[in-house]
Design a protein around this ligand. Structure first.
Ligand SMILES: Cc1cc2nc3c(=O)[nH]c(=O)nc-3n(C[C@H](O)[C@H](O)[C@H](O)COP(=O)(O)OP(=O)(O)OC[C@H]3O[C@@H](n4cnc5c(N)ncnc54)[C@H](O)[C@@H]3O)c2cc1C
Ligand code: SF4
Length: 321
C-alpha cells in the first residue's frame, strides 16, 4: 500500500496553523489535520478520502498543556497513561487505547476526532473497488451505503474512540480554534450524528484542548470496554461513569463504540435519580442500553454490542461505588 503524495505543512503555533488553513481555504485547496497520524496515515495508505495538503499539529507546544483542569489536544496518550497530574479515569482510559507502540504517537485530539469506522469502509482500495465503493468513500461514483442500502445520503459508520466516554463522564469542555475565532462547548455537543461529518468542526477549525471544572478532582470514575483482542482493538462498546461519592445527583455516564457519536446519558440518570441499590442500578443500566442503537458495521453483532452496554454500565457504576 503506497502512500499517496501530499504536501505536509508544519506550523509551530496555533496562529500559524490557523493562517495556513485560511490560505488553503482561500485558494480552494483541500486539506486534513494530522496529530499522531495513527488513524489518518493508515487511511491515507488505503487511499481513503485523501487530500493534497496535510497540516501537522504535532509541533505546536501551546497544545501540550497537562494538568487536572486542562489537557492540550497535542498530548500523547502514552503521557496520559502514566501522568499523576490528570484525573485517574483519563489515565485508565488512555491505557486502554490501541497498543503501547501506537499510544507513543497517538494524541488526545486525534482520539477525540477519530474518523468513524465501518467494515465496508476501513479496507484497502482494491477491496473497496471490488464491491463498487460505498457512500462515505465513493470515488465520485455516488455509490450507496452498504449498511442502510438503496440510499446515498446517510452514513452510519461507528464512532470508536475510547477517550470520549470518560471525557463526557467527567464533564469536559472542548475548545476549538479556527479562522472565525475560538469556540467552547460541552464535549458531548461536539459530536454530530452523521458518520461522514462526525463533529461540529468547521472548515479550518481544529481541537485545541479540553478543560474541566475544579470539582473534577472530587470525582471517582471507571471505564469499561468491550473489545475482541485486549492487545489493541477498538471498542465494540464502552461505558464510563463518574460521581462525587455520596451525591447521587452528580452521576454522569458516557458511552462510545455503539453509534456514529459517543453519548451522554443525563436523561436516563434523571429518570433513575434514586440509583442506590442493585435493582435500581440494573434498571438505570438497562435504560442506558435502550437509549443507544447499534448497526451492523463492526466486528461483533449489533445485538451483542447493545446488550453489553447495560453490562458495562452496571460494572462501571459498581466499581465507582
Ligand atoms: C491497530 C490500531 C488499533 C487502534 N485501537 C484503538 C483503540 O483501541 N481505541 C481508540 O480510541 N483508537 C484506536 N486506534 C485509533 C488511533 O490510533 C487512536 O484513536 C489515536 O488516539 C488517534 O490519535 P492520532 O493523534 O494518531 O490521530 P491522527 O491520526 O493524527 O488523526 C485522527 C483524525 O483526527 C483528526 N485530527 C487530529 N488531531 C486533530 C485536532 N487537534 N483537531 C481536529 N482534528 C484533528 C485528523 O484529521 C484525523 O481525521 C487504533 C489504531 C490502530 C492503527
Ligand atoms: S455506514 Fe454506509 S456509507 Fe458509512 S462507511 Fe459504512 S457502508 Fe459506507
Amino acid at each position: 500500500m503506497l502512500m499517496p503524495a501530499f504536501e505536509l505543512h508544519k506550523p509551530v503555533s496555533i496562529e500559524e496553523a490557523v493562517a495556513l488553513a485560511r490560505d488553503l481555504i482561500d485558494s480552494g485547496q483541500e486539506f486534513d489535520w494530522v496529530s499522531g497520524g495513527t488513524d489518518l496515515i493508515p487511511n491515507y495508505k488505503w487511499h481513503i478520502n485523501t487530500k493534497p495538503h496535510v497540516i501537522s499539529l504535532a509541533g505546536i507546544e501551546e497544545m501540550k498543556s497537562l494538568s487536572m483542569t486542562e489537557i492540550g489536544a497535542g498530548v500523547k496518550l502514552s503521557q496520559l497513561e502514566v501522568s499523576d497530574e490528570i484525573h485517574p479515569l483519563l489515565k485508565t482510559a488512555a491505557g486502554k487505547v490501541a497498543s503501547s507502540l501506537i499510544r507513543k504517537s497517538a494524541t488526545l485530539g486525534g482520539n477525540i476526532c477519530l474518523d468513524t469506522r465501518c467494515f465496508w469502509y476501513n479496507q484497502s482500495e482494491d477491496w473497496r473497488r471490488s464491491i463498487e465503493w460505498c457512500h462515505k468513500a465513493d470515488c465520485g461514483t455516488g455509490a450507496d451505503c452498504r449498511v442502510i442500502p438503496n440510499q446515498n445520503t446517510l452514513c452510519v459508520a461507528t464512532y470508536q474512540g475510547d477517550m470520549a466516554a470518560s471525557l463526557i463522564s467527567l464533564g469536559a469542555m472542548i475548545t476549538l480554534v479556527g479562522p472565525d475565532g475560538i469556540r467552547e462547548m460541552p464535549i458531548e455537543d461536539f459530536f454530530e450524528l452523521d458518520g461522514m461529518k462526525k463533529n461540529v468542526l468547521q472548515k479550518g477549525e481544529f481541537v485545541c484542548k479540553v478543560t474541566f471544572s475544579e470539582e473534577v478532582s472530587k470525582r471517582v470514575g471507571a471505564y469499561k470496554k468491550l473489545r475482541v483482542r485486549e492487545t489493541w482493538d477498538f471498542p465494540e462498546a464502552g461505558s464510563a461513569a463518574s460521581w462525587i461519592p455520596g451525591d447521587l445527583s452528580s452521576l454522569r455516564i458516557g458511552t462510545t463504540g455503539i453509534e456514529s457519536i459517543p453519548r451522554s446519558h443525563c436523561k436516563e440518570i434523571e429518570q433513575h435519580a434514586n440509583w442506590n441499590d442493585e435493582d435500581s442500578i440494573f434498571e438505570l443500566s438497562q435504560a442506558v442500553q435502550k437509549s443507544v442503537k447499534a448497526v451492523n458495521n463492526t466486528i461483533l453483532s449489533p445485538r451483542y454490542r447493545k446488550a453489553m452496554v447495560s453490562v458495562l454500565t452496571r460494572r462501571a457504576i459498581e466499581e465507582i461505588i
